[in-house]
Design a protein around this ligand. Sequence first.
Ligand code: ATP
Ligand code: MG
Length: 379
Amino acid sequence: MRVLVYGAGQLAQMMYLAAAPLGVIVSAVDVATETVVNPVSKKPTGISLANAIEEAQAITVEFEHVPEHLLVDADKSQKLYPNIASIMAGADRVREKALLSKYNIPNCPHMIINDVSQLDQVLSTLGERVIFKASRDGYDGYGQWRMADASDLDKLRTEFAALDLKKVPLVAETMQDFDREISLIGARDKDGNVKCFSLAENLHHQGQLHVSVAPITGLTESLQEKANKIFDTLATGMDYVGVLAVELFQCGDELLVNEIAPRVHNSGHWTQQGADTCQFEQHIRAVLNLPLGSTDAHSISAMVNIIGCTSFSRDLISIPGAHLHWYGKEVRAKRKMGHINVVASSHKALGDKLNNLLAFLPLEHFPELKAEAARLQAN
Ligand code: ATP
Ligand code: MG
């Protein structure tokens, strides 16, 4: 069986690696050149895109910002999963907010801005602390502007006047004072069966994910159920097939949806070592109409992103339960180069292992890790 993935980055690579034991061959499409490549070597396979679409039993995406004409072509094959509307909702914050409203899913108070004159209402509607997000093509905190108080507004007005807000509106949101950021990764198959992984806790630095821990500390059944219900409502409502990620802000017992990602997600990488079935295999199973796997977490896991650096000691894999996943990309500032999964029997033991990990890493590239190790050790 063959699966074709639009996008040829690390997520396609990890789908390829997870699919191989099932006898499933994954090819990737470099969307910039519209070339079909091997997801690991990135070398062209020599097969045309049209033939690859023809040969595949399922077509999917590793990111939501695939050029629309390619999605429309893929959709014609009737093999595209998740469906095109779900992918486009994940790629456009205006559509995403409309989706959340449609299903009454709690999210941050917000306004859609398609003209700078609307900025006059921002203070009275959303308050002084506001985050502005470009509705399309943002990721890892790019395409975002923060207003700390009313005095920032004039500067932002000048900046936004230079943008084409009719074409790409902004979503302005109240800055939320959440307790923590968590995410739910789950999958839905073609028969409507849904399986969710344990909630993961996510630490961001400058808008970018640095560390995930799953299951979250202090996980209660009611919180997991609340998240699962949000997942179920969205996935069923969209007739979604595949892995879907839901990013959440936890405020006490309440969960607000920050955004959704119609694909496998960085905060689900822990499942490679910490869950019965990893998110990549689960996605392949879902899009090929194979039975979904168990999502049980058999360990407590941390996923540590390696961002913008190559200078660390590979000997970190001497730590029991530590696994390196390297993407083979050229280094650039803020670029995700790989990740380290660490599994342990408790949050405290995980904290000890993360503390050991510090010795192998240049800490300036891992600004959150020391404090996170200490937090977990205190459990
Ligand atoms: P991703 O890499 O997840 O695609 P992104 O750039 O698309 O990120 P968001 O997830 O919306 O954008 O925002 C990035 C981070 O900025 C969030 O994880 C959170 O830390 C912070 N953030 C976003 N929205 C808010 C908000 N309303 N209040 C407070 N913090 C926020
Ligand atoms: Mg996000």
